[in-house]
Write a protein that binds this ligand. Structure first.
Ligand SMILES: [Mg+2]
Length: 381
C-alpha cells in the first residue's frame, strides 16, 4: 500500500453570535481536516488543532514526504517529518499539522487491519467515557451571567453531570459567574473553570483561593503556558488542582511540565501534541510520573473520534475497584459542521459517549457536508 494523495480541507462557519475567551473573540468556527488517499483505495482522515490556514499550508509542505510511502510506516513517517521540520519546528503549528497527518495514518492502519484504532494501540480499558460539557464562554452583546446560567442548565437537562466554564476576564466578575453557575447546576454536578491564560500568577492565586469553596474539579490554564514557574507558583499558593497542556506540543514539552510538577492534570490534545503516535508516549510519561491525564478536545467529529480512542487506552491510574475514568471534553458551543460531517454523529447519552468500534477512527465522513463548509485547502498527488 502506498500514499497517493494528501488533501487539506479548511472549513469555516461564520457564527451568528460571537463569543469571547479570555484573550480571543470567536466570530467563526474554523477547522483543518487532513485526508490521505492510498493506492489501495483506503482513505484516512485527521484533524489539526489551531489556526486552519497555517495548518493547511504546513500539511501541504509536508505532503511531499508522504507521497509514495507505505502509510503503515507510521513511526518512521512521524520521525521523518519531525526531523525535516525540527530546526524551525518542534512546537506550534508544525506539530499541530503533523498531528493531523498522524491521525489520518492511524485511520488508514485501522481500516487496513479491520480494527478500531484503540485495538491497534493495545486494547481499550473502557468502552464508554463520561463526558463534560464545555461552554460558558462570555457572549458578545448579551448579559454574561444570565446567558451562561441558562446555558449550563441546558447541559444538565441534556444529561451531562459536569461542565466547564470560561473565566480569565477579571477576578471579581469571574467569581460572580462561578457562584451563579454552581447555584444553577446544584451541589452534585462537577464544575471546572478555564482561564485560557487570562490571568497573571497574582490574579490566578487570588481567584483560586476565593473560588475553592465552590467545589471545583480543576483550574485550567491559569497563566500563559510558556511560564512553567508561574504554573508552579499557582499550584503552590492556592488549593484548586491546576490543569494545562492544550498548547504544549511533543513529549519534550510534557516532560518539562512533568519534571517541574507544574500541573496536577495534563491536558494533551491529540490534534495538537503530535497525534496518536506522540500522545501514547505522553501517556506513558504521565503514568510513570504519577500525573493525572484528562485530554483536551476541541474540533470536529474527527477530533472527537480520535480523542475517544485515546481515552479508551489511557491506563487507569491507579487501577482499583471502580477505577476513575478520564473525562471526555465535549464542546457544546455552536458549530453546525462538528457532527454534520459524520454520517453517524457522536452523541452523549446520560453524560457518557461510546468509544467507536468500527475500523480506524470508526467514523464515516460525509463529503457533501465537507464541501459545503470548505473555504480552502489543497491536494498534493
Ligand atoms: Mg482550555
Amino acid at each position: 500500500m502506498k500514499i497517493v494523495s494528501v488533501a487539506t480541507h479548511v472549513l469555516r462557519h461564520q457564527l451568528e453570535q460571537a463569543f469571547d475567551s479570555a484573550f480571543s473573540t470567536f466570530h467563526d468556527r474554523w477547522a483543518c481536516l487532513v485526508e490521505i488517499g492510498t493506492d489501495a483505495g483506503v482513505v484516512g482522515w485527521g484533524e489539526c488543532l489551531g489556526p486552519a490556514g497555517p495548518n493547511a499550508a504546513l500539511v501541504e509542505a509536508m505532503a511531499g514526504r508522504l507521497i509514495g510511502r507505505d502509510p503503515l510506516d507510521i513511526e518512521p513517517i512521524w520521525a521523518d517529518i519531525y526531523n525535516q521540520f525540527r530546526d524551525q519546528g518542534q512546537r506550534g503549528a508544525t506539530m499541530t499539522a503533523q498531528s493531523g497527518i498522524d491521525i489520518a495514518l492511524w485511520d488508514i492502519a485501522g481500516k487496513h487491519f479491520g480494527a478500531p484504532i484503540h485495538r491497534l494501540l493495545g486494547g481499550a480499558h473502557r468502552t464508554s467515557i463520561p463526558a463534560y460539557a464545555t461552554g460558558g464562554f462570555r457572549p458578545v452583546g448579551r448579559d454574561r451571567v444570565a446567558t451562561v446560567v441558562e446555558e449550563v442548565k441546558g447541559y444538565m437537562a441534556a444529561g451531562f453531570s459536569a461542565t466547564k466554564i470560561k473565566i480569565g476576564f477579571s477576578v471579581a466578575d469571574d467569581l460572580a459567574l462561578i457562584a451563579a453557575v454552581r447555584e444553577a447546576i446544584g451541589p452534585g454536578a462537577r464544575l471546572m473553570i478555564d482561564a485560557n491564560h487570562g490571568y497573571d500568577a497574582i490574579e490566578a492565586i487570588a481567584l483560586g483561593n476565593k473560588a475553592a469553596h465552590f467545589d471545583i474539579d480543576w483550574f485550567e490554564e491559569p497563566v500563559v503556558p510558556e511560564t512553567l514557574d508561574a504554573y508552579c507558583d499557582v499550584r503552590a499558593r492556592q488549593p484548586l488542582p491546576v490543569a494545562g497542556g492544550e498548547t504544549w506540543h511533543g513529549r519534550l514539552a510534557f516532560t518539562q511540565a512533568i519534571e517541574k510538577r507544574a500541573v496536577d492534570i495534563l491536558q494533551p490534545d491529540v490534534c495538537g501534541c503530535g497525534g496518536i503516535t506522540e500522545m501514547k508516549k505522553i501517556f506513558a510519561l504521565a503514568e510513570t510520573a504519577g500525573v493525572r491525564v484528562v485530554p483536551h478536545v476541541w474540533g470536529t467529529g474527527v477530533a472527537l473520534a480520535a480523542s475517544l480512542h485515546m481515552l479508551a487506552v489511557l491506563p487507569p491510574a491507579p487501577l482499583r475497584h471502580g477505577a476513575r475514568s478520564p473525562w471526555l471534553e465535549f464542546d457544546q458551543t455552536h458549530n453546525p459542521y462538528r457532527q454534520a460531517i459524520l454520517s453517524t454523529p457522536i452523541v452523549q447519552k446520560g453524560g457518557r459517549v461510546a468509544v467507536p468500534l468500527k475500523p480506524g477512527l470508526g467514523i464515516d465522513i460525509v463529503p457533501e457536508i465537507v464541501a459545503q463548509y470548505r473555504v480552502g485547502g489543497s491536494t498534493s498527488e
